[in-house]
Design a protein around this ligand. Sequence first.
Ligand SMILES: [Zn+2]
Length: 342
Amino acid sequence: MASAREVSRGLVKGDLLKSVSLCFPSPRRRREEGESRLMYRCPDCHESLDAASATLRCTRCASDFPVVEGVADFSRGAYYDAFDPAHPPSCEHLAGLDSEVEGTRRRIVDFYLPLIEKRNAWSVLDCGCGNGLSVDLLNERGIDAWGIDLSALRKWQWRERERRDRLAVANGLSLPFPDAAFDAVISSGVIEHIGVEEHRDSRYHVRPLPSRDALRVAFLGELRRVTKPSGTIWLDFPNGAFPIDFWHGDRPGAARWHPPDEGFLPTFREVRRLAGEGATLRALSPHRRLGFQQAGRHWYGKLFSAPMSGLLRAMTYKPFDLLAESSLNPFLVVEMTNDAGA
Ligand SMILES: [Zn+2]
């Protein structure tokens, strides 16, 4: 039988936990659904928005931004794609969109969630969130997660999402959030598409624009603006220093050899140069981030996957972690933190 002391200790412990959670609501729960619109700011002047009407209206420059089915749209129709909701995607295209689900789970639950928890990052923006599933997955796990993308197709696809109040159509160069809004920002497969012109007819073509570096600098600056001074930014993209690109080929997962001077995929060194002063960057192993599902459809992908998985796993341990920024790594994950006092 438990002694009175043990019983009281148990009670005290239980009650204490309960009262602590009542007095200090977990930061994971600090914004409820109705408050979501209040988080948004004018993407042009960063002033607060009047959320009383059907649209979000800037209290300074009087710009109006529509909210349809819970999704705020800050794009002014300047989507990067030309999707028309009157003509839904073909079955083949829909199957392609479905096949992204597994990749999003791997990206978010297997790879980023442990990093988010390690950093105590309870508010997170997924900048370029694509299908928006990341926002549902993170919110389900108690993270105050938000997502933006600049795509008409994605906006249409978000009808399926639970947390549409945290999904916005917006440009990564002018985010609809206040300064220092997030503990962490994730941006997967975005930076390489900034400042380049891409064509996809029978083959994939890409060329850099003269403004490429200025735009990429502005993008990194915007990500830093919405990240808390002590916060973390994770960028991931195929490594420009690795000679093969499995992500932008003529078919999904097809190998695309690219010359070092192509000017499309950044290297670690380039991102460090573009990030400028006041931030520390390091490359992480993409182990668990990559599943080689797409590349595994091709014979060379199958040959490549097993030794590559071993190498990426090795890169999670010292001293092999130094290889993560090298040309041996096909996919860069760059972790950027603001320097103290910067
Ligand atoms: Zn404004």
